[in-house]
Design a protein around this ligand. Structure first.
Ligand SMILES: *Cc1c(COP(=O)(O)O)cnc(C)c1O
Length: 417
């Protein structure tokens, strides 16, 4: 780009006109005039959902009642959704189930993984990982009571060096929830395998918005979120991946009747199902699974490489606009500039991040504040437009120039930030 290049409204409107994904936005319910850069916390609802869920309630639940477990294939939902999701993360269709929540799936996989390496005690992760990942590691260590210990590196650049012959498990999040920095999943998995360790990948900020190739990196285990970029609905079930080569050896700790080889024999003895089904526990919210399934079916119409390409452009555009329109206001970019090393979000540090985010929300630009001083904006190419980026930049620059964020009510904190 020449040095005279300046972003403008016209430029971004042109990008919207040429955008091959522009029609996807019509499939989502986006409230009028809302610029929603928070799909990485809670993805918006597909317009189809209310009618489809109403049908589910009035027919499958109300009329067909218990027959629905067979008639509408409720029982197979975790497997069916897993099969549909598998190609999005480079998995085989027998390697994924949709069940429970990320935290619980992490617990199951951490213990299963540690049991695969009974002679080792070291778990490698990173400081500043999404808290649940660290808390669940801690809880699993206490439950096992076998002197496992967590080595959480301070910087992502130290991860490779921390993996050694003592390491049983490496548990990392591909795209960092705050900075958007992305790890080299292949190099880390290779190093872990070289030392005889296994890896659990947390794909919460990757799945659905960038190509994940679990097969290519020879992954062991993975988890990911249904309610972020995959738009499965508030508290949507999560997914869990176990590479086929580990299926025979999986010993997860929350064995329930859904992990039993013959659940309807109601036997007193536990005989685990073979395959990925061994990772299930008990009865799932079929309602929540249905919402998520509608979203997965929708997502399968789109090509992930096209989504990724637009995601990169949206992030580049947002960085460019903020740096052009808000150059005087001390926003410090903490997301990598190199597209290859970031997910689909852009984050800045600013001393007044909290009230600035509140002032933005008040003007219809929804992003996240993340403790202590981070403004985070997530982009989903299926409904975010380039002209939204321009308008958000203008609104932010207006808030900064007029110091709107200083109003006392923008400084009050509520339970969810
Ligand atoms: C969102 C997120 C979670 C969420 O866990 P839940 O158990 O679904 O609440 C876990 N890990 C990461 C990295 C996340 O971003």
């Amino acid at each position: 780009m020449s040095s005279e290049f300046r972003y403008s409204q016209t430029y971004f409107e042109g990008l919207d006109t040429d955008d091959p994904l522009k029609f996807a936005r019509d499939d989502f319910h986006i409230p009028d005039d809302l610029i929603y850069f928070d799909g990485n916390s809670l993805g918006p609802m597909l317009k189809d959902i209310p009618a489809r869920i109403n049908e589910f309630l009035t027919q499958e639940w109300a009329e067909d009642l218990i027959a629905s477990w067979n008639k509408h294939d409720w029982f197979a939902s975790p497997f069916r959704l897993g099969q549909k999701l598998a190609p999005m993360i480079g998995a085989k269709d027998n390697e994924v189930v949709v069940t429970d929540i990320v935290s619980i799936n992490l617990f199951k996989l951490i213990i299963a993984a540690l049991r695969l390496r009974p002679e080792r005690r070291k778990i490698v992760s990173e400081q500043g990982n999404f808290p649940t990942d660290l808390y669940v590691i801690d809880g699993a260590i206490k439950v096992l009571g076998q002197e496992h210990f967590l080595h959480a590196v301070e910087n992502r650049s130290d991860i490779l060096d921390a993996i050694d012959d003592e390491t049983a498990l490496v548990l990392l999040t591909d795209v960092h929830y705050k900075t958007g920095h992305r790890l080299d999943m292949k190099a880390i998995t290779e190093k872990a395998h070289h030392h005889g360790a296994v890896v659990i990948w947390d794909l919460c900020h990757s799945a659905g918005v960038l190509p994940v190739k679990l097969d290519h990196i020879q992954a062991d285990f993975a988890v990911g979120c249904g309610y972020k970029y995959l738009n499965g609905g508030p508290g949507a079930p999560a997914f869990l991946y176990i590479a086929e080569r580990h299926h025979g050896a999986i010993d997860q700790p929350i064995t329930g009747w859904w992990s039993h080889a013959a659940p309807f024999e109601f036997s007193d003895d536990f005989i685990g199902m073979s395959g990925i089904g061994r990772s299930l526990t008990g009865t799932q919210s079929i309602l929540a699974l249905r919402c998520f399934e509608i979203a997965i079916d929708h997502r399968l119409h789109f090509n992930i490489n096209e989504i990724r390409e637009k995601s990169i452009q949206l992030c580049d555009a947002f960085i460019g606009v903020i740096e052009q329109e808000c150059a005087d206001f001390d926003f410090k970019l903490i997301t990598p500039r190199a597209a290859e090393w970031r997910g689909s979000q852009v984050a800045f540090e600013h001393d007044n991040a909290f009230p600035i985010v509140q002032a933005l929300i008040d003007q219809g630009v929804v992003g996240d504040f993340r403790h202590p001083n981070v403004l985070r904006f997530g982009f989903n190419p299926l409904y975010n437009r380039f002209s939204d980026i321009w308008r958000a930049g203008e609104i932010l620059s207006h808030i900064m120039r007029n110091e709107t964020w200083r109003a006392p009510h923008f400084n009050q904190r509520r339970a969810v930030t």
